[in-house]
Design a protein around this ligand. Structure first.
Ligand SMILES: Nc1ncnc2c1ncn2[C@@H]1O[C@H](COP(=O)(O)OP(=O)(O)OP(=O)(O)O)[C@@H](O)[C@H]1O
Ligand SMILES: [Mg+2]
Length: 330
């Protein structure tokens, strides 16, 4: 058996949400367990807004600590890595390339600071420029195009490619990309997604790609994990999960494939009713989809289902569980 690459064990995160006067505790992540194998992969986390995708990504980047549970990376607890050692293994790609770069600093300063901070030594005594050039070439940019320029001289797509190049300078094993294309124009999204696919193969990378958008998920993913109010409710090979979804929530996501531009607007102005439903669902004792599920049974409201494996896909739904009510008609 190959060595486990990344193991998430019983991860839980508690947050207090609500107004100053009425606060409630929610489990933004609830008992997430996942084992990922060491091979070039795009693993996509999909789910509605507020399902816990970013919280999970922040655990992987050590930006947040889980309330309970542990993460093992290459056989070691991630907390036991030294800061720079960890940065050389795991790199983030953020959603908004415009925020990644300070408008007052030349873009190259970001590359130079990585070289200095992480003491990247150039192969065969090449200059810093050569090291940067190499990173840029993986994202189809050249030093000539970048030298002496400020962020406002680049398009959003180019800036995102620059932030990918910067992440690649340290030859990481894992990229965690949280909505990396949602701020880009449609024409640039495909370019950047193709780049992820290419880099996965060429650099033998493991990429955790986070998105709302099932169409892009289908396009680049090897595996999919579907998140619902803090839980992974369906995990399996991308084709199986997206072409033949088992969980009624995955079916709903697939049927209401949202347009990424609508999502962008929605994220800016979260609708109040949606936020209320979100918190109600977080507080559900059983399956978090019980309030909206067309197949809801009594047991769904009372008890959280455990994973059931159906033809290589892990699904948490009473429809597939042995404990499902006798005579229930699917
Ligand atoms: N620092 C925090 N303090 C309190 N609540 C938080 C905090 N961070 C996240 N949450 C809550 O945890 C839940 C999950 O949030 P998270 O940002 O992980 O979701 P998401 O799936 O990334 O959503 P989106 O698609 O909108 O980015 C939400 O209800 C959110 O309001
Ligand atoms: Mg998020």
């Amino acid at each position: 058996m190959s060595e486990s690459f990344l193991t998430l064990k019983n991860l839980t995160k508690e947050f207090q949400v609500g107004t100053f006067f009425s606060k409630v505790k929610i489990l933004a992540i609830q008992d997430v367990t996942l084992e990922l194998e060491r091979k070039p992969t795009v693993f996509t986390l999909v789910g509605e807004s507020g399902s816990g995708k970013t919280t999970l990504a922040n655990f992987l980047l050590r930006v947040l600590k889980p309330t309970e549970g542990s993460i093992t990376f290459l056989g070691k607890n991630i907390e036991s890595y030294k800061k720079f050692e960890f940065m050389k293994l795991v790199q983030p790609i953020f959603q908004n390339p415009y925020e990644t770069f300070n408008p007052l600093k030349k873009v190259e300063t970001y590359f130079c600071s990585v070289i200095k901070k992480l003491r990247i030594t150039s192969e065969n005594g090449h200059s810093f420029e050569k090291v940067i050039e190499k990173a840029l070439s993986s994202v189809a940019l050249t030093w000539e195009e970048v030298k002496d320029k400020y962020p406002n001289e680049f398009s959003g797509g180019q800036l995102q490619r620059l932030s990918i190049a910067r992440a690649l300078m340290v030859n990481p094993m894992l990229l965690v990309a949280d909505e990396p294309v949602s701020m880009l124009d449609a024409s640039l999204r495909v370019f950047v997604l193709n780049l992820f696919r290419k880099l996965k193969e060429e650099k033998q990378l493991y990429i955790i790609y986070i998105t709302h958008d099932l169409a892009t998920a289908y396009y680049i993913s090897d595996y999919i994990g579907v998140m619902l109010r803090g839980s992974l409710v369906e995990v399996g090979p991308a084709e199986k999960v997206l072409l033949n979804p088992l969980h009624p929530y995955t079916v709903l996501l697939k049927e209401s494939v949202p347009n990424p531009d609508e999502i962008k607007k929605k994220q800016e102005v979260r609708i109040k009713e949606e936020r209320i439903l979100e918190i109600e669902e977080f507080l559900e004792q059983g399956c978090k989809f019980a309030l909206r599920c067309p197949y809801v049974q009594e047991i769904c409201k009372k008890e959280m289902p455990q994973d059931v494996i159906v033809e290589g896909v892990a699904v948490k739904c009473w429809l597939y569980s042995k404990k499902k009510k006798e005579g229930f008609d699917m």
